[in-house]
Design a protein around this ligand. Structure first.
Ligand SMILES: [Zn+2]
Ligand SMILES: [Zn+2]
Length: 239
């Protein structure tokens, strides 16, 4: 697979990541990427920036070192109703719009409540990607998520960082396996995200590759080597 994109990375702006936009872009260019997304944590994560950052993104060049730059956010899903921590006005300014559950900002409910929250966000016409639904933070009904993804065109992310043993997310491997098995059954296209918090990890998908092999997941269902398809799939580019 010739990887062309990684749209889930973080820069120093996220408060616990260590590279600048320029350093991330340089790493992406060196790895031959066409598209790099920097999805900074939403304001509820301790140390992350507030809405003012997201409202001034137009100063950032569209392309750096030959790589298309999508700066945006990984917005927090706050509750079982699917509330988000950035306003619609701010979200509209983002070039990459990811939303996900983080344990420091979310009080888990029942499987049904958690699933309803994520499904509500998938149906939000502004949100393109659900980050690490299978990291084990909240119990979710993956079959319903996969079925909803088929209808809404929201993408479910397979997240390299949560699969790393150093993160200590014990359920992540099994949950990702369950999710990928369902994606294969329903022929759902998925997106891989490195969730890099430093430039060296841009487009790092090593744990994912092991998992893909284990479940014999077809490359045809991975969007990261299909940049044209990726552009079409962004809800704002939909025809
Ligand atoms: Zn982070
Ligand atoms: Zn995240």
């Amino acid at each position: 697979m010739k990887v062309a994109l990684d749209v889930h990375t973080h820069t120093i702006v996220s408060g616990h990541a260590y590279s600048t936009i320029q350093e991330m872009a340089k790493a992406a260019a060196e790895k031959g990427l066409q598209i790099l997304g920097m999805a900074e944590h939403g304001p509820t994560i301790k140390g992350a920036c507030d809405a003012a950052y997201f409202n001034n993104l137009s100063v950032i060049p569209e392309e750096i070192y030959g790589v298309k730059i999508l700066v945006g956010a990984e917005i927090n899903i706050l509750d079982t109703y699917g509330s988000l921590d950035l306003s619609e006005k701010s979200i509209r300014k983002l070039k990459i719009r990811i939303a996900g559950i983080h344990h420091s900002c979310y009080r888990p409910g029942t499987v049904e409540e958690n699933t309803d929250a994520v499904i509500g966000v998938m149906k939000n016409p502004l949100i393109d990607i659900i980050s690490h639904p299978a990291d084990g933070t909240a119990d979710l009904d993956y079959e319903r998520l996969v079925q909803t993804a088929k209808e809404t065109r929201a993408m479910l992310e397979i997240n390299n960082s949560s699969l790393s043993p150093s993160r200590g997310k014990e359920k992540a491997w099994e949950c990702h396996k369950q999710l990928l098995t369902l994606c294969k059954k329903y022929e759902l296209m998925v997106i891989m995200g490195s969730d890099a918090h430093i430039s060296f990890d841009v487009a790092r998908y090593d744990h994912i590759y092991r998992l893909l092999q284990e479940v014999e997941f077809p490359e045809a269902l991975i969007i990261n080597d299909k940049p044209d398809l990726f552009w079409q799939r962004l809800k704002r580019n939909e025809k």
